[in-house]
Design a protein around this ligand. Structure first.
Ligand code: 6GU
Length: 248
């Protein structure tokens, strides 16, 4: 999978992809992340990328030309499954969307700044608009990093333990059960007996019960769970890249 990120602030994105799981995924050839500085594509004398808005009002708007030039260049090089614009008024990101996006081959992510981009970019170049939640960030870069991380970790081979991404909170629309490690008794704070008993079936049942209780309490709208995660696992295992096999 290839992800192209278009931004005015590429340095903001140097960090998140240079470490740990996302760094290893790139080194192992499981994904490519390419950062593009929109400023490199402006045709204006003073390297301008934003301007005052028509009709007046505070805040600068990102101009069409540099974004159009960059997107056109990339589209001429390969086909893109989605051209995503990160914006607080976009469709809210949830696991089901991450699952679908993880099946895709090439995606572009445009990060907005200031008042955002000229509406004509959204009308003519963007295929999808995504928000990471109902709060406002100073730009789309951190949201793009969140989106990229949520997608890449689902690619088989990216996580150490192939199944771990699929036993996560949200993967089956279930929150994760509590976890414990040694010591079994820390100054009187005890680990539940069931986990020390060694009966794997009983432990699994306890974990599922804990997940169900937690989900019903904390995310009633995710309850009862579905089998999205298991389906994704099967699709990836079969080498599938057809995101339409998953519900939207
Ligand atoms: Cl995608 N962008 C910005 N600027 N703020 C956000 C967001 C995106 N998602 C939630 N808040």
């Amino acid at each position: 999978m290839r992800i192209d990120i278009l931004t005015l602030l590429p340095r903001l994105l140097d960090g998140p992809f240079a470490d740990s799981i996302l760094e290893r995924a790139q080194q192992n050839g499981l994904c490519e992340i390419h950062l593009h500085n929109i400023r490199d594509y402006t045709e204006s004398k003073h390297k301008q990328t934003d301007d005052y808005q028509f009709g007046g009002g505070a805040g600068m708007v990102m101009m069409v030309q540099p974004i159009h030039t960059l997107i056109s260049k990339l589209k001429a090089e390969r086909d893109y499954d989605e051209i995503i614009y990160m914006t607080p008024d976009g469709e809210q990101l949830e696991q089901r969307m991450c699952n679908r996006l993880s099946m895709m081959k090439n995606i572009m992510i445009l990060c907005g700044h200031y008042k955002g981009v000229d509406q004509r970019v959204r009308d003519h170049l963007i295929t999808r608009e995504i928000s990471i939640g109902d709060y406002v960030l100073s730009g789309g870069e951190i949201a793009a990093a969140v989106l990229t991380d949520s997608i890449i970790r689902l690619i088989p081979g990216v996580m150490n333990d192939e199944t771990s991404a699929l036993t996560d909170s949200y993967q089956d629309n279930l929150l994760a059960p509590p976890v414990y490690t040694r010591p079994a008794d820390y100054n009187g704070w005890k680990v539940p007996d069931v986990l020390l008993g060694g009966n794997f079936k009983v432990i699994e049942a306890w974990r599922m019960e804990q997940s169900l209780i937690k989900t019903r309490e904390r995310r009633p709208y995710l309850y009862p769970p579905d089998l999205e995660g298991s389906r994704l696992f099967a699709l990836h295992a079969a080498g599938g890249t057809d995101a339409s096999a998953l519900p939207r």
